[in-house]
Structure formats: C-alpha cells, structure tokens
Design a protein around this ligand. Structure first.
Ligand code: HEC
Length: 129
C-alpha cells in the first residue's frame, strides 16, 4: 500500500516537473535576453526608482556623477550590500548628516518611513558594479 502511494506521489511529481518544464520553455527567451546585470526586473530596484522619483533625492544626487551629494554608484562602491549597511544608510537618509563625503550636509528626511528609507538604501547599494 505504501509503495502504491509512493508511486502515485512520484508520478504526480514527475507530471508537475514536466509541465513546469514546458512552461519554462515559453519564458526562457525573455530570461535569456536580459543580461545578468540588468536590474530593471529586480523588485528592490523598481521600488527604489519609484521612491526616488517621489522624493527630493535627485536634486542632490545623480546615479553616475557627483552632484551636491555623491554619485549613487560611488556610494554603492564604498559600501557592500549587507543588512548592516542598508540600516546604516537608511538611518543617514532619515536623519541626514555630513563628513563622510565632504562638508556639505545631506538634509534629513524626517517624514519618510523607515521602510522607504531602507528600500532607498537597498536601491543605491544595488548599483554596485
Ligand atoms: C540637499 C541635498 C541632498 C538631498 C536632497 C539628498 N541628499 Fe543624500 N547626500 C547629500 C550629501 C551632501 C551627502 C554626503 C554626506 C556626507 O558626506 O556625510 C549625501 C549622502 C548620501 C548617501 C551616502 C551616505 C553615507 O553616509 O555615505 C546616501 C545613501 C544618500 N545620500 C541617499 C539619499 C537619498 C535616498 C535621498 C532622497 C531621499 C537623498 N540622499 C537626498 C545630499 C543630499
């Protein structure tokens, strides 16, 4: 009896796998077309882009070049993408601060939620090459 169930379970499993395999076939060309470093499908990236466009970040920051604040890609190069660094940068975004990149201060974003600040920090750290 046990063997019988096992056999059925195995058949269901194989069935599930092979139907997945055929589903994957239709999705494969898209996945293959996106280069490995393409961030546009990353949910953290998408959330960051949306938040940044709603906030004032872009008045002082650009992705690739230094503006009033450091380029995001330079920030990403300085900090590894770890939970500790996400928390550190999120706190800096919320509270503002100075002295890491020069004497110009970053303004605090006291009205922003901690979740949004963390999402922004994650987005910046994703830009690491
Ligand atoms: C008024 C200009 C200004 C605005 C607006 C601004 N920043 Fe900054 N930002 C700066 C400056 C200047 C620094 C460098 C501060 C320093 O040297 O400690 C900085 C630093 C940073 C850093 C690196 C922090 C560190 O300690 O290395 C991050 C990340 C960052 N900003 C993200 C953001 C995000 C996200 C926003 C939007 C919510 C934002 N900034 C809005 C000016 C600004």
């Amino acid at each position: 009896m046990k063997k019988y169930f096992l056999a059925i379970a195995l058949m269901v499993l194989i069935g599930a796998c092979s139907s997945n395999a055929s589903d994957n076939k239709s999705a494969a060309p898209d996945a293959a077309a996106a280069p490995a470093n393409d961030l546009s499908a990353n949910p953290d990236y998408q959330k960051g882009v949306a938040l940044i466009s709603k906030s004032d970040c872009l008045t002082c920051h650009k992705t690739d070049t230094k503006n009033i604040g450091p380029a995001y890609k330079d920030v990403a190069a300085k900090y590894e993408n770890t939970d500790a660094n996400v928390a550190l940068l999120a706190s800096k975004i919320l509270k503002g601060g100075t002295g890491v990149w020069g004497q110009i201060p970053m303004t605090p974003h006291a009205a922003m939620s901690e979740d949004d600040a963390k999402a922004l920090a994650k987005y910046v750290l994703l830009l690491r090459k």
